[in-house]
Design a protein around this ligand. Structure first.
Ligand code: ADP
Ligand code: MG
Length: 292
């Protein structure tokens, strides 16, 4: 490609849904060697669907799903939507929950029909002093399929498991190949567990996986990589991603997300997928050839 000016790059970018803050952001985008991307909503559709609802011993599987879904009515997490829709699909009546509480990156809890209900990952169960060791094996069987498996606890005891799968976007695999061709190492950071994360990463040829990452740990991940000499672009969409976006050499806000993410970013993508990052990188390279 022929070298182009920054103004031309900004114009072309805007037409393709890539908003560039200033010349510095573009220049830095040409020089990064590593990109960190979120799994949910970036690599995947972010619209997971319920695949399993299993009850242990004395519990009934419809109960497990019904209590879990009743609680998730209070959550805006994509996982919550999948569980609620899955329950409605099975024509379950969902009662209202009280004392709803969401623990970021872990799960949710509250009271349903006078019972204490909790739902989430291993860390969520740890928070409630519920031992999951005995069923981690069956959870792993779901995770290696790329599913997100969550524990359901009723009145402080493990009652069952629900699992959802979030399909990978059709554009993701090609975009990762392009990012590799453009010289970038691709790291997936996710709050999801190691096995689910690895199953997704393997399918896509992702170079490195950081699982069980709490939103507030993403900034530390950026800084850790920078300390080893890497130049890091970080893509994110949430309010919690803002510190990491600001620490990165280039912050890339997925435009489907929060305003504060956009404010912290050098580049904003109007679309929510990796193709925008490929475009940004190509534009940046074409522009830098002109500046040098
Ligand atoms: P990601 O980084 O993939 O977007 P999150 O950080 O939002 O994931 O969540 C991490 C994990 O915490 C989820 O995989 C799930 O196990 C648990 N979790 C978070 N929110 C909820 C919720 N509303 N209901 C059930 N589990 C949840
Ligand atoms: Mg997320």
């Amino acid at each position: 490609a022929t070298p182009i000016s920054i103004t031309t790059a900004a114009g072309r970018g805007a037409q393709a849904g890539v908003l560039i803050k200033d010349a510095e952001a573009l220049e830095r985008m040409a020089r990064v060697d590593t990109i960190i991307v979120d799994k949910t909503g970036t690599l995947t559709h972010g619209k997971p669907e319920l695949t399993n609802a299993v009850a242990f011993s004395s519990f009934v599987s419809d109960d497990v799903l019904r209590f879990a879904a009743a609680l998730e009515l209070g959550s805006e997490h994509p996982l919550a939507e999948a569980i609620v829709e899955g329950a409605r699909g099975r024509r379950l009546e969902l009662p209202k929950a009280d004392h709803f509480e969401a623990m970021t990156g872990k799960g949710v809890q509250g009271a349903v029909e006078g019972r204490q209900v909790a739902l989430g990952n291993t860390a969520m169960m740890e928070l409630l002093n519920i031992d999951t060791a005995e069923i981690e094996g069956s959870m792993d069987a779901l995770r290696v399929e790329g599913k997100t498996a969550m524990f359901v606890a009723l009145d402080g005891a493990l009652a069952g498991v629900v699992a959802v799968a979030d399909p990978i976007k059709p554009t993701t695999a090609g975009a990762i190949r392009d990012l590799h061709d453009l010289g970038l190492r691709v790291i997936m950071a996710t709050g999801d567990n190691q096995r689910t994360a690895e199953a997704v990463a393997r399918t896509l040829g992702i170079d490195e996986v950081r699982a069980d990452v709490l939103p507030e740990d993403k900034k530390a991940l950026v800084e850790e990589l920078q300390a080893t000499g890497r130049r890091v672009a970080m893509a994110g969409d949430g309010v919690n991603d803002a510190p990491a976006l600001a620490s990165a050499d280039v912050g890339i806000a997925m435009g489907t997300g929060a305003d504060v993410a956009v404010e912290s970013a050098g580049i904003t993508l109007l679309g929510g997928d990796l193709v925008g990052i490929v475009r940004a990188r190509k534009l940046a390279k074409a522009t830098l050839r002109n500046i040098k």
